[in-house]
Design a protein around this ligand. Structure first.
Ligand code: ADP
Ligand code: AMP
Length: 214
C-alpha cells in the first residue's frame, strides 16, 4: 500500500507515519528528514538546502523529486511507502504521478490532516526528538513516560530542529497555503483524497487513518 500524508508543518504527519511503519510494515519517506541528512553531510548541495530550510522556504522541486525517485527504488520500500512532506507543490505532484507510472506503482490513498494554523505554532515550537532513535515528542502533548528518558530506546539526549522557531513557522505556514494547498484539488479530482481531523488526540487520529486504510 502506498500513501501520502498531506498537511501543514506540525500537522502530525511524522507522528502518524512512524506508527504506520510499526503497524503496517510501510516505510516513511520524509523529504524533510532526507534534506536534514543532506545538510548534515556538509556537501555543497546540502549547504544550499540549509539556508533555504532555515528561512522556511521550499528547496527546488528537482532536488526533492530526484531524492524520492532514488529512495523509492530501494528494496526496503517494496511493501509500500508513506510520503511525508512530499509532494509540496503541484509540479512535485505531477512529477510523482509520472514517476510512479514509470515504475509501475500506484498511489492508494492521499490523506489530508487538517489542523488550524494557531495550533500548529504551538505544536512546532514544542516539538523535539530523541537524538538516538528519532522518536518524536512534544513539551505538552507527548511527553516521555519518565522525564528525560526516551520511551522507545532509553536515550537521554534530545534535539530540536533549527527551523522549529516562531519566526520561521510563519513563513513555513505561508508556503504551505500558497504552494502546497493547491495540491488538494489535484488529488480530490482524482478521487483519492480523504481527510482526518488532525486537531484530535494523537490516538484518535491514528484510529481515523486506520479506518480509511481498512
Ligand atoms: P509533521 O510531521 O506534520 O511536521 P509531527 O508529527 O512532527 O508533525 O508533529 C508535530 C508536533 O506535534 C510533535 O511534537 C508531535 O508530538 C505533536 N503532535 C502530533 N500529532 C498531534 C496531535 N494530534 N495532537 C497534539 N500534538 C500532536
Ligand atoms: P519538514 O521536515 O517536512 O517540515 O521540512 C523541512 C524543510 O525542508 C521545509 O521547510 C523545506 O525547506 C524543506 N522541504 C522538505 N520537503 C520538501 C519538499 N517536498 N519540497 C521542497 N522543500 C522541502
Amino acid at each position: 500500500m502506498n500513501l501520502i500524508l498531506l498537511g501543514p508543518p506540525g500537522a502530525g504527519k511524522g507522528t502518524q507515519a512512524r506508527r504506520l511503519e510499526d503497524t503496517r510494515g510501510l516505510v516513511q519517506l520524509s523529504t524533510g528528514d532526507m534534506l536534514r541528512a543532506l545538510v548534515a553531510s556538509g556537501s555543497p548541495l546540502g549547504q544550499q538546502a540549509k539556508d533555504i530550510m532555515a528561512a522556511g522556504k521550499l528547496v527546488p522541486d528537482e532536488l526533492v523529486i530526484e531524492m524520492i525517485s532514488q529512495r523509492i527504488d530501494q528494496p526496503d520500500v517494496k511493501n509500500g511507502f508513506i510520503l511525508d512532506g512530499f509532494p509540496r507543490t503541484v509540479a512535485q505532484a505531477e512529477a510523482l504521478d509520472k514517476m510512479l507510472a514509470d515504475k509501475g506503482l500506484k498511489l492508494n490513498h492521499v490523506i489530508e490532516m487538517k489542523v488550524d494554523d494557531a495550533a500548529l505554532v504551538e505544536r512546532i515550537t514544542g516539538r523535539y526528538t530523541c537524538a538516538k532513535c528519532g522518536k518524536g515528542y512534544h513539551d505538552t502533548f507527548e511527553k516521555p513516560k519518565v522525564d528525560g528518558v526516551c520511551d522507545q530506546c532509553g536515550g537521554t539526549e534530545f534535539k530540536r530542529r533549527a527551523d522549529d522557531n516562531a519566526e520561521t513557522v510563519t513563513t513555513r505556514l505561508d508556503q504551505y497555503h500558497q504552494q502546497t494547498a493547491p495540491i488538494l484539488p489535484y488529488y480530490a479530482s482524482r478521487g483519492v483524497l480523504k481527510g482526518v481531523d488532525g486537531m484530535a488526540d494523537i490516538d484518535v487520529v491514528t484510529e481515523q487513518i486506520a479506518a480509511i486504510l481498512g
